[in-house]
Design a protein around this ligand. Structure first.
Ligand SMILES: Cc1ncc(COP(=O)(O)O)c(C=O)c1O
Length: 400
C-alpha cells in the first residue's frame, strides 16, 4: 500500500478499550493503574513484560496504554524498526537515545550541525557523567573513521543539519559505526519517516521531534525513539529504569497528526519552493540552503537517500548586509511569525543563531530560517516583498 493509504489505517490494530468498538482514530485512553483478574493474571502479565513482550496486555500506565500502542505501532511501521518509545519532547528523545547506549569512559561523535540543545547536553550533562564528545564536520563521510577511539560507542547523525542543512551520508556513517562496534542514532525530524528511513539506510536508531511535522499544529511537545532489533533491549531497559514516558493525550494528538502528514508535507514543500523561487530573484539573497535545489551541496546525497522534502530551509543574505538591517527584515514580517519551532501550519521566519565547534563551520551573520506553513503562498510572498522593501530602505538610510 502507498504511504497515504497506510497513514489512514496504521495503529488501528492496537487493542481496543473496554467498549471494544473500532473507531476510525482510536480514542484516547488515560490511566495509571490496571486492574488484574487474579494473582495468576498479575504474574502472567509481569512475566510477559519481563520477557520484553510489551505488545501484550498492559500492566501499568507508565509502560503504555492502548493509545500509546496505536501511535507507537504506527511509527514503528513507518520507520521500518523493531519498536518505538514516546518521550515528553524531541530533546528528551535525542538525549535518551544517547544515554541508553553510553556509560562512563565512553566517547561519542556528534555532527557540528546537531540541534543546539543536543550539543549542549553532550558538552554539559554527558561530560559530567564521564562521556566525551567530539564534534565532526557533518559533510564528512569516510573521514569519520579517523575520529574513532577504542571507546567510541555512538555516532549521532542529523540530516539535514540544524540551520545549515548539510545532508549526511547515513549509509556510510552507519557502516563505519557498525564496523567499529558502535551504534548510529539519526535525528530524522526534518524528513519525517515519510521521506527518509534511517534504519533502512543502516542506522540503528531513528529519533523524531514529533513536536514538528508529525504534530503539525504547534500545540504538541513530543519525541519518539525507534530502534532496530539489536538496540531495542537497551533502550527498553533505559526507559523502564528512568520512568520517562509521554502522556496518552499527546500520543493521541500525534496519531491524529500522522493521518494528514503526507498531504501537509506536500503543501509545505510546494509553498517552500514558491518562496525559494521568489527569494532567489532578490539581489540581497546570496544562496538558499535546501537540499532539493540542484545547486545545494547535499543535493546528490538527498536524491539518493530521501524520497521527498519538507518545508524548512535557510536563506543566506549577502555578507555586506549589516546585522541590524537583517533584524529589521525579521521584525517587519506580518504573516511570518518569529518563533523557535517549525513544521506547524503557521509560517515562521527567524534569524539563525547556532553554536559551532569547528572553525570552518561558523554561521554567517545574515542567515535566516524559514518554515513554510499553510498560508496562501501569494500572501507569504507579499509579506516577504514588504520585508525586503524595508530591508532596502534600512540599508540605504545607513549608507546615507
Ligand atoms: C532537529 C531537531 N531535533 C530535536 C528538536 C527538539 O524538539 P523539541 O522542541 O520537541 O524538544 C528540535 C527542535 O527544534 C529540532 O529542530
Amino acid at each position: 500500500m502507498k504511504t497515504g493509504t497506510r497513514l489512514v489505517t496504521l495503529g488501528r490494530e492496537a487493542p481496543a478499550g473496554n467498549s471494544g468498538e473500532q473507531y476510525v482514530n482510536p480514542p484516547v485512553q488515560r490511566g495509571s493503574t490496571v486492574l488484574h483478574a487474579d494473582v495468576a493474571d498479575m504474574r502472567e502479565r509481569v512475566a510477559r513484560a519481563a520477557r520484553g513482550d510489551d505488545g501484550g496486555p498492559v500492566t501499568y500506565g507508565l509502560h503504555g496504554t492502548p493509545t500509546h500502542r496505536a501511535f507507537l505501532d504506527a511509527m514503528t511501521a513507518l520507520e521500518g524498526g523493531e519498536r518505538t518509545w514516546a518521550l515528553p519532547s524531541g530533546l528528551s528523545a535525542c538525549t535518551s537515545a544517547i544515554m541508553a547506549f553510553v556509560g562512563q569512559g565512553d566517547h561519542i561523535l556528534v555532527p557540528d550541525s546537531a540541534y543546539g540543545p543536543t550539543r549542549s547536553f553532550c558538552i554539559g550533562t554527558l561530560a559530567r557523567f564521564g562521556v566525551a564528545t567530539t564534534f565532526y564536520d557533518p559533510r564528512a563521510g569516510a573521514e569519520i573513521a579517523a575520529l574513532l577511539r577504542p571507546t567510541t560507542r555512538l555516532i549521532l547523525i542529523e540530516s539535514p543539519g540544524s540551520h545549515t542543512f548539510e545532508v549526511q551520508d547515513i549509509p556510510q556513517i552507519s557502516a563505519i559505526a557498525r564496523a567499529h562496534g558502535a551504534i548510529s542514532v539519526a535525528d530524522n525530524t526534518w524528513a519525517t519517516p515519510l521521506y527518509c528511513r534511517p534504519i533502512e539506510l543502516g542506522a540503528d536508531v531513528s529519533v523524531h521531534a514529533a513536536t514538528k511535522y508529525i504534530g503539525g499544529h504547534a500545540d504538541l511537545l513530543l519525541g519518539t525513539v525507534t530502534c532496530n532489533a539489536a538496540t531495542a533491549p537497551a533502550m527498553r531497559t533505559f526507559i523502564r529504569s528512568t520512568g520517562l514516558a509521554a502522556s496518552p493525550d499527546d500520543c493521541w494528538v500525534a496519531l491524529r497528526g500522522l493521518r494528514t502528514l503526507h498531504a501537509r508535507l506536500e503543501r509545505h514543500r510546494a509553498t517552500a519552493e514558491r518562496l525559494i523561487e521568489w527569494l532567489l530573484q532578490q539581489p540581497e539573497v546570496a544562496r538558499v540552503l535546501y537540499p532539493p535545489l540542484a545547486s545545494d551541496p547535499g543535493h546528490t546525497l538527498w536524491q539518493r537517500d530521501f524520497s521527498g522534502a519538507s518545508g524548512l530551509f535557510g536563506v543566506e543574505l549577502q555578507a555586506a548586509i549589516p546585522v541590524a538591517a537583517v533584524n529589521t527584515l525579521v521584525d517587519s514580517m506580518r504573516l511570518f511569525g518569529r518563533g523557535y519551532s517549525w513544521g506547524g501550519f503557521e509560517s515562521l521566519l527567524i534569524p539563525s543563531r547556532a553554536e559551532r565547534s569547528l572553525r570552518a563551520a561558523r554561521l554567517p551573520d545574515g542567515l535566516i530560517r524559514i518554515s513554510a506553513g499553510m498560508e496562501d503562498p501569494a500572501d507569504l510572498i507579499n509579506d516577504l516583498q514588504q520585508g525586503f522593501d524595508r530591508l532596502r530602505r534600512t540599508i540605504s538610510e545607513e549608507q546615507a
